[in-house]
Design a protein around this ligand. Structure first.
Ligand SMILES: [Cu+2]
Length: 102
């Protein structure tokens, strides 16, 4: 009888553990944020062209672009895109781009 109780306790802990793993898996697809140094922006038109390029990119959740700081702050879904892909897209639009040092 005592043995059964121990077994049930272990089973309960195991199930609780599984529940935690599940929520961690969900957290893995939470949006990530990358800050990108952008070179070559001279006006609001540049800002808008980067913003719309990001808006059209698969996996981009949100994008803020600062002309003053030459910085793009991009929130993205890591299961659909990556900082490298986002940087390539910015470069394809004629700007220099690299991940900003945090
Ligand atoms: Cu411009």
């Amino acid at each position: 009888m005592k043995y059964l109780f121990v077994l049930l306790t272990i089973a309960g802990l195991f199930l609780a553990g599984c529940g935690q793993q599940e929520s961690q898996a969900e957290a893995a697809v939470e949006p990530q944020i990358v800050k990108v140094d952008v070179e070559g922006m001279t006006c609001d038109g540049c800002v808008n062209s980067i913003k719309s390029a990001m808006a059209e990119s698969e996996g981009v959740v949100e994008c803020e672009v600062s002309l003053e700081q030459n910085l793009a702050t991009i929130s993205y879904d890591p299961s659909k895109t990556s900082p490298d892909a986002l940087i390539k897209t910015i470069e394809d639009h004629g700007y220099g781009a690299k991940v900003a040092k945090q």
